[in-house]
Design a protein around this ligand. Structure first.
Ligand code: NOJ
Length: 606
């Protein structure tokens, strides 16, 4: 998890319900035409679907936070049968795979990232049979199911940890990171200054073993000792188990954190401009993670995980990494020197940039996207702009143009040469809705860090399906595990299906283009007009010579762009509109394309 960006003031640019009702009929017709065009297009297998080994390339992956997607049994918590019931919707959106955050049995301290049994399903979410049915139903719709594999740590309630903590001599004594205390003036202290990502020392005293154990995350999430071959074997068995149950791949949680420097020495402090250690939101002196993150041994494990995945017959098991890395060079290494590690390390540098980068930083985005396209040795980038750990896309909004900004972000995500990872609710413009009172917070870091750190509840609120009570997430009247944001009355799937210019239709159209248009599917990408300080423009060019220009206005003022593509070997000067933001007119030629505030234009060069 990266340091959380400051939240921007959220202005909910909601649409007026009355207006929508008045336009109802014509919009329904438009929507039906659009949807049938999209579903007709989907009957032809996309290039990736034609090659089962490449299904994940240029694909669209949809992250589901299962607690918050669809409740099928009226307990206020989303579940697997709920997800299965929404597969037709996901198919209509054009999704290739869903990634489920952890659904294994868990005390739910970190909402599933504290696993107490790797080979089963938490009863809150259903059963193994429900999982098998989900996989089978998803497969019928060409949708893969990607599991979240948490390898760095288990729950402290996992039998492995319970045994490990019971003595210094048991058979699992060395499965976790146990250390003797440092004695200072006769007092016991943690072995060093390493910090938990969730605040305070990463070391917890255990009175039975009379030792500390290391936990990079919550105290209830002890780190496994990955230098122990038995731990590795146990986890590779888990990988096999879920492949046998039909998993299309794994998202490897906290994968860069598997190893710690055996010297156990302090990490350097991160200094602020005054030369003193920076203080984080929990009040700790920040350390630089150089001894606890991205150590070289991680690559050995990635290769071993890859070997297990590649033993599968019939379908390619994709390995995705949660990789918050500092440079493109580090990102490139995650693919492995011989393409033998991760398929898709997440590029968190474009979507979650350092504090201070805003949409006004067009040059920054241009440089970063260009690096991602050119600096990873021709591999497939995986762009991500949203997930369950960070404020949603509306963190970019600083003006009244909320939906327009949403379209810009979606365009960068889907019109780039990448595999695109989106987060449930992005497609309808669901915004971050953080708790307003400490007593309502569910995510423990929101309690420890309140009020500076409000936790991650704001990006995990229930999916807004319709404008009925409980937004169609739970049956009306059920108390949902997190409150339904008030915006549900207008920002919801049903209303947006009936509205021509909705965010949902933008997503459906641009995803359909990504899949069907050869240039936008896997065409080469070149940045255009690189001196422009307001508009990010790029060219996609397919092997068969089709060329598409994309222009995104990153400013709140109208802009005009013109393109001369002769330097790219393209001599056409006319352009046929593929997509444009509501209200924009079709340009006469590449010589003058008008963009409104945060306007987008995508056109095929003729
Ligand atoms: C990253 C996950 O995305 C986050 O939600 C979790 O808290 C930590 N890893 C610990 O597993």
């Amino acid at each position: 998890m990266q340091e959380r960006p400051k939240r921007n003031a959220i202005s909910l640019g909601v649409n007026n319900k009355m207006k929508a009702a008045a336009r109802g009929l014509s919009c329904v017709v438009v929507a039906l035409v659009l949807l049938s065009a999209i579903s007709c297009a989907r009957q032809d297998a996309t290039p990736a679907q034609q090659n089962p080994n490449n299904w994940w390339k240029n694909a669209v992956i949809y992250e589901i936070y299962p607690r918050s997607f669809q409740d099928s049994n009226a307990d206020g918590i989303g579940d697997l049968n709920g997800i299965t019931s929404r597969l037709d919707y996901l198919q209509g959106l054009g999704i290739d795979a869903i990634w489920l955050t952890p659904i294994y049995p868990s005390p739910q301290v970190d909402f599933g990232y504290d696993i107490s049994d790797y080979d089963n399903i938490d009863p809150q979410y259903g059963t193994l049979a429900d999982f098998d049915r989900l996989v089978a139903e998803a497969k019928k719709r060409n949708i893969g199911v990607i599991m979240d594999l948490v390898l760095n740590h288990t729950s402290d309630k996992h039998p492995w940890f319970k045994e490990s903590a019971s003595s210094r001599t048991n058979s699992k004594a060395d499965w976790y990171m146990w250390r003797d205390p440092k004695m200072v003036d006769g007092h016991r202290e943690p072995p060093n200054n390493w910090l938990s990502v969730f605040g305070h020392s990463a070391w917890q005293w255990d009175p039975v073993r009379q030792q500390y154990y290391y936990h990079r995350f919550y105290i209830q999430q002890p780190d496994l000792n990955w230098s122990n071959p038995e731990v590795r074997k146990a986890m590779y068995d888990v990988e096999r188990f879920w492949i046998q149950h039909g998993a299309a791949g794994f998202r490897l949680d906290a994968i860069t954190a598997l190893f710690e420097d055996p010297s156990d020495t302090d990490e350097p402090y991160v200094l602020g401009p005054d030369g003193k250690p920076k203080i984080n939101v929990y009040g700790d002196k920040e350390v630089d993670s150089s001894k606890t993150d991205n150590l070289p041994e991680v690559h050995d494990v990635l290769r071993e995980l890859r070997q297990v995945a590649d033993q599968t017959q019939g379908h390619k098991v994709v390995l995705i990494g949660e990789t918050y890395l500092r440079s493109v060079d580090d990102l490139r290494k995650m693919y492995g020197p011989h393409d033998d590690e991760l398929d898709l390390p997440m590029d968190m540098q474009v979507g979650f940039p350092p504090y201070g980068v805003t949409l006004a930083s067009v040059d920054w985005f241009r440089q970063r996207i260009n690096e991602a396209e050119t600096g990873i040795g021709g591999e497939m980038p995986l762009f991500v702009f949203d997930n369950h750990d960070n404020p949603r896309w509306d963190r970019w909004v600083t003006s009244d143009h909320k939906d327009d900004v949403g379209r810009v972000i979606a365009t960068v995500l889907f019109a780039s040469r990448d595999t695109a990872m989106m987060y449930y609710g992005d497609e309808i413009g669901m915004a971050t809705t953080p708790p307003t009172r400490k007593e309502d917070v569910k995510d423990p870091i929101g309690i420890t860090g309140w009020p500076k750190q409000k936790g991650r509840d704001g990006e995990r609120t229930p999916m807004q399906w319709n404008d009925g009570a409980d937004a169609g997430f739970s049956p009306a009247g059920v108390k949902t595990w997190l409150p339904i944001p008030p915006s549900y009355s207008t920002i919801n799937v049903t209303s947006e299906q009936n509205e021509q210019d909705s965010m949902l239709h933008w997503y459906q159209q641009i995803i359909a283009l990504k899949k069907q248009d050869p240039a936008l599917h896997d065409g080469a990408e070149t940045m255009l007009n690189t001196g422009d300080g307001h508009v990010l423009s790029w060219l996609r060019k397919s092997d068969n010579g089709e060329a598409v220009v994309v222009a995104c206005n990153f400013s709140d003022q109208p802009q005009t762009v013109s393109f001369d593509l002769s330097g790219q070997g393209i001599h056409g000067t006319n352009v046929k509109t593929l997509m444009k933001t509501p209200g924009a007119t079709d340009p006469a030629s590449l010589g003058s394309i008008q963009l409104g505030a945060f306007g987008v234009y995508i056109g095929q060069v003729q």
